[in-house]
Design a protein around this ligand. Structure first.
Ligand SMILES: Cc1cc2nc3c(=O)[nH]c(=O)nc-3n(C[C@H](O)[C@H](O)[C@H](O)COP(=O)(O)OP(=O)(O)OC[C@H]3O[C@@H](n4cnc5c(N)ncnc54)[C@H](O)[C@@H]3O)c2cc1C
Length: 76
């Protein structure tokens, strides 16, 4: 089973990245399957190895953006 897009995880909305993430995941998965046409396990592992660090960076970026937006005291 493979999870893509919002089914895999949801980044914070201020990243504005949900649609791009879903499309990029589908595209990179298709490329991985094309490069391993007879071995879907190898394709999945290859894709996952590249995918997870990027997804973790997006989560961290969303958290950092949220902190910047929410933690700033309003100027008086
Ligand atoms: C209000 C709002 C604003 C957003 N703004 C942005 C933005 O500015 N930029 C951005 O990048 N992202 C934005 N997003 C996020 C973005 O829409 C999602 O991250 C993206 O659509 C995820 O794509 P997906 O294919 O994973 O899921 P979805 O687009 O949710 O597609 C899932 C599909 O599966 C179908 N489905 C569900 N259950 C079944 C079933 N049992 N059988 C068959 N089909 C089923 C659904 O009908 C749906 O068509 C926004 C989201 C919301 C709610």
């Amino acid at each position: 089973m493979l999870l893509l897009g919002d089914a895999a995880f949801v980044a914070r909305p201020h990243t504005g990245a949900g649609a791009g993430k879903a499309a990029a995941s589908a595209l990179t998965l298709a490329r991985a399957l094309q490069s391993h046409p007879t071995d879907t396990d190898a394709a999945r592992l290859h894709w996952e190895r590249d995918q997870l660090p990027a997804d973790r960076r997006l989560v961290r970026w969303g958290i950092a953006l949220g902190r910047r937006i929410m933690d700033v005291a309003p100027a008086l």
